[in-house]
Design a protein around this ligand. Structure first.
Ligand code: FUC
Length: 800
């Protein structure tokens, strides 16, 4: 009898468990790891993003009509193209001379006539298509819930129609290279819907082949025919294909001309694969049909359950390396849209951890080894003429995308950026020759999938030769955090060296102080037009030279070249403090204290650079504060995000938190409005319009509040500065797996603004310098050993 009762209990438990699994919404939602809403998305900026680095999709979660808008990262307009303007270097000296003579307008005109890329602009990232699902009779759904679980990287939709429950799950599998959609209902024979594919490209068509819907097409031409110089944009040559395969359990499929109808099924899986003819920036001979068929074949014998488990395992292997708990309360239990709108008053710390983890989730979803780097919109774009072509803007935006990669323990996600740099070192070499007649390589303020490196748009902001040098900082970071000397030797150093070589030839003496070397023609990103000697360039080039010198030293290479770099570095124009006590943006003291411009480029040396810091250069750090007080706490999404990082580096956690608050505000502005930065309801960053950099900058900003590791002791070992900029509003919390330079994974617990415990895993066996509130514990470590600090150590470090 007892056994029987036990069995009944087990059956009931099993049943309720399977109910829970089916509907999935009864369990407690982790407010730091789940975005959820009680209505479908009405517009793209409410839809939820998924991605596997190559394929991206936005899920609206509609009931009667579901739209899944998708992208494949290589679908761009144009074709392989050499943008260099032959012979441009003949005008270089004249440009410099005009600028020294104060004839900026003439230099601007000459630059536009003779120094720009051909054509004047680059090409555009494009949308691929849409999956349309039509569920007749589902317009009156009730008990609606949709969510994105960041830990699983799965979106789900749940609702009821006339007592029947429906559930949908969508994820983008990296191991399976497909977007996988699972639909089920609580009743047998209740799933009735039509599946179709569409595409905004004019040259595309949809057909049905058995259980597959097939979309084939050719990329639209760039949305403008001619560049500003009157030269035509290269015609689009990429072809593409997507296949949506339908697999039903129960019921039947009816193939129509270009849709498939699913009738009376219990559950259905849809597998979307997509490919283009892109191979690399010089080769577009790939076969999309063959690629799609191969991808479908490779998942044919894998069950949905297996694919789902494999997907979660794969995503967890990156995402779960770092956990962050900043605490939560009743208010954290509300839907994400409500939480976003009220954050400015409730300052819910779990919203901070959600935004932080969302940045990590988005990086994993848009940038995996072997894929293209995350562009201005990551991988998500629904427009044929997207803002700024959804390409790579390198005078802040692309770099910001990669700020969280190393420190938040996702160094693999930086791999696409490293590969892009290797390509740019090739295309940029041509530009260095044609535009500057120098050795080495150079890249200006934008690039595209064809790796354009010449100056674009307009001479007043396009002629800015430090894009490649800035990007090269990421090559060095990857080594600082990872310590792989064979990577340093074979991949990073050759690119660093050639980037430095360009600036050895390019820098020129400042006529007023001939001992100083300056950059130019250039600009301080996007302010003030063409000039000689913007501060930012000098900070970037000094850092580039330093990184190259150190890399050469580690590898025991190029002693003579190192001498040249050391000698040049010492002469680069120094940071200067101007008449308001501000850090000067230019050689001359002409800053306007009322200028609220979004770019604060001359603070590059504070972040992401490290030549300015309150401990090492207090006067310059003070000058940065004054500059920031002039520029204010507003701006575009990315500008606010940058300022979080600035204030964290100035060790002012509360001001950094204020900027975070200024970023976590709801923006409903779809237009370009430089003062209205914030987040959309799906928590994607609004420049506006949508631009993903602010999401990544927010993540790195929070990380910089918790750990900084850019300063070194006299032997060159890094300090691990723990909780260097902890805001009062984040007084208690836990983080595990945050990474420091020198190869340490660090876990911290703090309460009421005081550190409680520190655990460190030493990945490389380097010396550890844990510093907290001015006190340091230094310790030699062994590779792969864990260190927990005992009471005595802790008393020392906490200053008790
Ligand atoms: C730079 C910024 C803009 C925008 C664009 C993509 O031009 O000044 O705000 O982010 O890049």
């Amino acid at each position: 009898m007892k056994t029987f009762r036990y069995l009944i209990l087990i059956i009931i438990l099993q049943f309720s468990l399977s109910c829970n699994q089916f509907y999935g919404i009864e369990e407690e939602i982790n407010p730091s790891l789940v975005l959820w809403y009680d209505r479908p998305a009405m517009e793209w900026t409410q839809a939820l993003p998924i991605g596997n680095g190559r394929l991206g999709a936005m899920i609206y979660g509609g009931t009667e009509n579901e739209t899944i808008q998708f992208n494949e990262e290589t679908l761009w307009s144009g074709q392989p193209h050499d943008y260099a303007n032959k012979g441009a270097h003949e005008y270089l000296n004249r440009l410099r001379q005009l600028l020294w003579e104060g004839k900026q307008d003439d230099a601007h005109k000459l630059g536009n006539e003779h120094f720009m890329s051909q054509p004047f602009g680059q090409l555009s990232y494009l949308p691929f298509g849409d999956i349309h699902l039509h569920f007749p009779g589902h317009e009156n759904a009730v008990n609606y819930h949709r969510r994105l679980n960041l830990e699983e990287a799965i979106t789900s939709v749940y609702y009821e129609v006339k007592g029947v429950k429906f559930k949908r799950e969508v994820f983008a599998s990296s191991p399976g290279q497909a977007v996988v959609i699972h639909l089920e209902s609580s009743n047998k024979e209740a799933l009735n819907f039509t599946a179709g594919l569409g595409s905004p490209h004019s040259n595309s068509n949809v057909s049905v082949e058995g259980d597959q819907i097939v979309l084939k097409g050719k990329a639209n031409d760039y949305h403008q025919r001619l560049g500003r110089d009157g030269n035509p944009y290269p015609e689009s040559k990429l072809t593409f294909e997507a296949r949506l395969k339908v697999v039903n359990k129960g019921g039947r499929l009816v193939a129509k001309e270009n849709t498939i109808e699913i009738l009376e099924a219990k559950s259905v899986e849809l597998y979307l694969v997509a490919a283009t003819s892109f191979v690399n920036h010089t080769d577009i001979s790939g076969q999309p049909e063959e690629r799609c068929k191969k991808m479908l074949a490779s998942i044919r014998n894998i069950s949905y359950k297996q694919l789902r488990e494999e997907h979660i395992r794969d995503h967890n292997s990156l995402f779960n390396r770092l956990t962050l708990d900043l605490g939560s309360s009743e208010i954290s239990k509300r839907s994400t849209d409500k939480r976003l709108v009220s954050f400015k008053t409730d300052e819910d710390p779990s919203m901070v951890s959600l935004v932080f983890q969302y940045g990590r989730y988005l990086l994993i979803s848009s940038s995996r080894p072997g894929t293209q780097p995350a562009n201005l919109q990551g991988i998500w774009n629904d427009k044929l003429a997207p803002p700024w072509d959804s390409k790579y803007t390198i005078n802040i935006n692309t770099e910001m995308n990669y700020w969280p990669a190393e420190i938040t323990n996702l160094s693999e996600c930086a791999e696409p950026l490293i590969s892009m740099l290797e390509d740019l070192a090739e295309t940029g070499q041509k530009v260095a020759k044609e535009h500057y007649n120098t050795e080495g390589w150079v890249t200006h303020h934008n690039t595209d999938i064809w790796r354009g490196a010449a100056p674009i748009n307009d001479a007043n902001h396009g002629i800015w030769p430090t894009g490649g040098a800035w990007l090269s900082q990421h090559l060095w970071w990857h080594f600082q955090f990872g310590g792989d000397t064979s990577y340093l030797k074979n991949r990073a150093y050759p690119v660093l060296k050639e980037a430095s070589r360009f600036f050895v030839d390019y820098l020129v003496p400042y006529p007023e102080k001939p001992d100083w070397l300056v950059s130019g023609p250039s600009n301080s990103p996007e302010i003030g037009g063409l000039v000689m000697g913007p501060t930012m360039d000098h900070q970037i080039v000094r850092t580039l030279f330093s990184n190259t010198i150190e890399a050469a030293g580690i590898l025991g290479l190029d002693a003579d070249f190192v001498k040249i770099l050391e000698e040049r570095r010492a002469k680069i124009a120094p940071n200067q403090i101007g008449k308001y006590g501000q850090l000067q943006e230019w050689l001359e003291d002409v800053d306007d204290p009322d200028n609220k411009h979004r770019h604060v480029s001359h603070l590059w040396g504070l972040y992401p650079g490290n030549e300015i810091h309150p401990l090492t250069t207090p006067d310059l750090a003070e000058a940065c504060k004054i500059t920031l007080s002039h520029r204010g706490d507003g701006g575009t999404g990315w500008s606010r995000a940058w300022k979080i990082n600035f204030w964290a580096r100035l060790l002012d956690g509360d001001h950094a938190f204020q900027l975070l608050k200024n970023l976590i505000v709801f923006t409903n502005s779809g237009e370009t409005a430089y003062e209205k930065g914030g987040l959309y309801l799906n928590l994607l960053d609004a420049c506006p319009p949508f631009q993903i950099d602010g999401n990544f900058g927010a993540t790195s900003g929070v990380a910089e509040m918790l750990l900084q590791s850019h300063l070194r002791d006299e032997n060159g070992n890094y300090y691990q500065d723990i909780l260097p900029a902890l805001p009062v509003k984040l007084a208690s919390g836990k983080v595990s797996g945050i990474k420091s330079r020198g190869g340490f994974e660090i876990s911290l617990v703090w309460e009421n603004n005081n550190l409680l415990s520190v655990k460190v895993k030493s990945l490389l066996g380097n010396k550890l310098n844990l510093r907290y509130k001015g006190k340091t514990i230094s310790k030699e470590t062994k590779k792969n050993e864990n260190y927990t600090f005992n009471e005595y150590d802790f008393e020392q470090i906490s200053g008790k």
